[in-house]
Design a protein around this ligand. Structure first.
Ligand SMILES: NC(=O)c1ccc[n+]([C@@H]2O[C@H](COP(=O)([O-])OP(=O)(O)OC[C@H]3O[C@@H](n4cnc5c(N)ncnc54)[C@H](O)[C@@H]3O)[C@@H](O)[C@H]2O)c1
Length: 278
């Protein structure tokens, strides 16, 4: 029996990448999936791919930072399947993320990125929760990142937003638990999506090898790794899990950077009287 038979799901940013793979995985397990994305043509393409594999999917143009779009998105899922059980808040264009610390980052970049990464989660819950309550509960999964646990100088808004996603997840889990609605987060490490392959690594295989070696598992992830984690969090197998930030990161966040350990070892050898502050 399919694990999500009879359920209806919304995947934001579901046209490609992590959202694309998750939309396909949820559909494989029997959910009807609404693919909500600013890129309507690509969303239609992924929906068609799901339908030709025997699944159920619809596509809708949605900008998740706009209240009216998010309201229409939830209504479209309910109009199609008569219910809403799963909301995967994932949309964001990583390649356009504002860069810089507080001094350099333009105010508009802060507002734009916080709206897509954080406000969208608030808007999603605002419209989805009342519909989930009608059928006795549901599951919301928010995409944070390893950047939600650790800092990276020069990326103030992304780091702040991904930390905030974990905070919002815990807050909403406490708030909606009594309604049978579980709220969790997934924290991807580096996932080799189609776009990141094209833009960062296709012409730089040695850079990718170096990057992989930062991970205890000596590899970066794939969109399907996140799709499987989201499927688990949405399924009945996770029925007692809520408010949890699940790192899917090949162990990246469990150790100090290897170079740091090596450098620290050399430093201590050369300066044996040094007391480290921990
Ligand atoms: N790829 C990674 O390594 C990685 C790591 C950690 C976290 N993440 C997070 O995962 C999520 C997805 O990343 P990805 O790498 O799959 O990205 P991607 O660029 O491959 O896909 C993102 C999708 O979101 C859509 N989108 C962008 N802005 C939107 C908006 N305002 N409304 C609706 N749709 C919108 C895009 O059109 C696109 O289809 C992001 O939240 C990102 O921060 C990714």
């Amino acid at each position: 029996m399919a694990r999500l038979a009879g359920k209806a799901a919304i995947v934001t940013g579901g046209a490609r990448g992590i959202g694309g793979a998750t939309a396909r995985r949820l559909a494989e397990e029997g959910a009807g999936v609404l693919i909500a994305d600013v890129d309507q043509a690509a969303a239609e393409e992924n929906a068609e791919r799901i339908r030709s594999a025997g699944g159920e999917a619809q596509a809708l143009r949605v900008d998740v930072s706009r209240n009216a779009d998010v309201e229409a998105m939830v209504q479209a899922a309910v109009d199609t399947w008569g219910r809403l059980d799963i909301l995967f808040n994932n949309a964001f264009d990583v390649l356009t993320a504002g860069s810089g610390g507080a001094v350099e980052l333009p105010e508009e970049s802060w507002d734009r990125d916080m709206a897509v990464l954080v406000k969208a989660i608030f808007l999603g819950a605002k419209h989805a929760v009342p519909r989930m309550k009608e059928t006795g509960g549901g599951s919301i999964v928010n995409v944070s990142s390893v950047h939600g646990l650790l800092g990276a100088p020069g990326f103030l808004v992304y780091e702040t937003a991904k930390h905030a996603v974990i905070g919002a997840t815990r807050q909403m889990a406490a708030e909606f638990g009594p309604d049978g609605i579980r709220v969790n987060a997934v924290l991807p490490g580096h996932m080799l999506t189609e776009r990141l392959h094209e833009t960062m690594w296709r012409h730089n295989p040695s850079g990718l090898e170096f990057f992989k070696n930062q991970y205890p598992l000596r590899d970066v992830g794939r969109a399907e790794d996140i799709a499987n984690a989201v499927l688990f969090l949405c399924s009945d197998e996770a029925s007692f899990i809520t408010g949890h930030p699940l790192a899917v990161d090949g162990g990246l966040t469990i150790q100090l950077q290897e170079n740091f350990g090596v450098r620290q070892g050399h430093y201590l050898k050369d300066n044996p009287d040094t007391q480290l502050p921990y």
